[in-house]
Write a protein that binds this ligand. Sequence first.
Ligand code: SF4
Ligand code: SF4
Length: 311
Amino acid sequence: MEYRELGKSQIRVSKLCFGTLTISPLQKDFDINKGASILKSAFDLGVTFFDTAELYGTYPHIREAFAGNTDVVISTKSYAYDKKTAQKSLDKARKDMDRDVIDIFMLHEQESELTLRGHSEATEYFLKMKQQGVIRAFGVSTHHIACVDAATEHDEIEVIHPIFNKRGLGIADGGIEQMSNAIRRAHSAGKGIFAMKPLGGGHMCKTPAQAFDFVLDSEFVDSVAVGMQSEAEVADNCAYFGGNRDVDFAANDIERNVIVHDWCTACAKCVQLCGSEALKLINGKIEIDQSKCVFCGYCAAVCKDFAIKVI
Ligand code: SF4
Ligand code: SF4
């Protein structure tokens, strides 16, 4: 496994980051022990970097796997927008993962300079906590090129977690070339880059080697967050990231789908939430364009009736 510093943050991470969305209640919904066991199997194979979010509900899995383990780097994120919500989010992360220090705390799903400004009070709080040693680095996660560009201009943002894959799937405001250029500029400015969704949320599961090669060959990407859901998949990905090009990826060949149950009330909250424009409300029914969906599962989080989910 290769290890790299995330930009100027002085945080050293494995090239392969475990994205814990896949084991969360929004996707596979593994119980704490099963989730923790998969996370630990990745650590045993050299993965030291684990990404989560308040939304994912995987803090208990991480706590079970890594309580007291200071060799892992944990990144999390929330939708906090002011001091009160930021304090609540950070307290929850520390308590639920049983960690005094959160390595990386990010603003979740930022879009542009405007949304960064809208979260300035939360940013101020996180930076104060960084000064006090409670956070090691502050960052943003995004599907937007405009946000990568904006974050590049902010000295206080040390880590950027952008969507980045060969086909440009899920990029909200442009194509892969523009995103590559934006990330390259950000990395040159000293930002730590850890890419998300190298397999396009599952669309490139049938050609993982090509999909991984694209991201691994992009020298401006320090680490790559990959969602994994079995120990076999972890082993394949660790081997590939470790330089073994003979991996057959038998465990990666997993179809993903979004389904809507018939008890859906057509409230359209999921439609408004979906940044990929994969959902439409037509004649009182939710229609899904699976080709646009990046299987993030965020629609499931907003549905109070549990009527939509990624399977
Ligand atoms: S949020 Fe849930 S109930 Fe509302 S339209 Fe979407 S699936 Fe249906
Ligand atoms: S439909 Fe749901 S899972 Fe698919 S991209 Fe939209 S929010 Fe994400």
